[in-house]
Design a binder for this molecule. Structure first.
Ligand code: HEC
Ligand code: HEC
Length: 213
């Protein structure tokens, strides 16, 4: 009897542990349904093709196909101020880490995979970049951003920000500081031409589709 109680207890503990680890994995991967609700305001900019940041003028980045983990890291960097951008700072400030994971799961259901052939000849300045961003612009780990098909003017802006300190990232600060402005333009254009490409979010929010119902 005592034995039975104990083994029942052990089985129960194991079951609880299994449920807990499933829950943790689900939390880490994020809940796209919850993310969809949280992402309504985001789509006002990230869901509009070729939408521009006003001052200075450059394209709002594409997020569809981006790595989930990277999206979370980028949002955390806007929240902490490591990336200085007033709008994205105020957007990210109200989000918890779990909110960010859920939004990222919604935005990036099918991240691009690093298996395609590069489009065109990689410029010489890209030799150091491909180790992390891949020949065809798909980040080789989930923490490295995919650049393939991203707006060239946004990539250029980001590289200048790493170079001048508007984005304080130790890895990219080092690489960007070694680039001439002319290299930055060539690299941004090369990566923006790569396929398969990142896309503007094409799942309009309920607010944007309300008129069609
Ligand atoms: C008013 C327009 C606007 C809204 C609303 C907005 N964003 Fe942004 N977002 C931008 C702009 C512009 C940038 C580029 C900022 C920069 O230069 O670093 C950006 C950058 C990002 C990036 C970084 C992308 C990359 O490749 O590094 C992520 C991730 C992101 N936004 C997610 C969100 C999420 C999630 C929301 C909603 C909670 C949101 N944005 C709301 C305009 C907006
Ligand atoms: C050792 C790995 C590594 C190398 C090499 C590297 N990068 Fe990066 N890159 C990163 C990481 C990590 C980030 C994200 C940094 C952050 O959180 O802002 C990044 C971010 C970027 C971004 C911003 C993307 C976005 O969506 O905002 C651009 C553009 C970029 N890198 C281009 C380059 C170019 C061009 C080179 C070569 C000159 C290069 N990188 C070399 C790791 C690397």
């Amino acid at each position: 009897m005592r034995f039975r109680v104990r083994s029942g207890f052990v089985v129960a503990v194991m079951a609880v542990t299994a449920i807990a680890s499933t829950a943790t994995r689900a939390q880490e991967e994020g809940n796209p349904e919850r993310g969809e609700h949280l992402a309504n305001t985001c789509l006002g900019c990230h869901g509009v093709p070729n939408y521009k940041n006003a001052f200075p003028n450059y394209s709002v980045p594409k997020l569809e196909g981006q790595h989930r983990e990277y999206i979370v890291l980028a949002l955390q960097a806007y929240r902490s101020g490591e990336r200085s951008h007033i709008t994205m700072h105020s957007q990210a400030s109200s989000l918890s880490d779990q909110d960010m994971r859920d939004i990222a799961a919604f935005f990036s259901r099918e991240p691009l995979k690093p298996d395609a052939q590069p489009v065109g000849q990689a410029p010489e300045a890209a030799q150091v970049c491909v180790a992390c961003h891949g020949q065809n612009g798909v980040g080789i780990t989930p923490q490295y951003p995919t650049l393939a098909g991203q707006h060239a003017d946004y990539l250029e802006r980001a590289l200048h920000d790493y170079k001048k300190g508007g984005r304080k990232n130790a890895i990219m600060g080092t690489f960007a500081s070694q680039l001439k402005d002319s290299d930055i333009r060539v690299l941004a254009e090369y990566y923006s031409r790569q396929r398969p490409a990142l896309q503007t979010e094409n799942r309009p929010s309920t607010i944007l589709t309300a008129d069609n119902d």
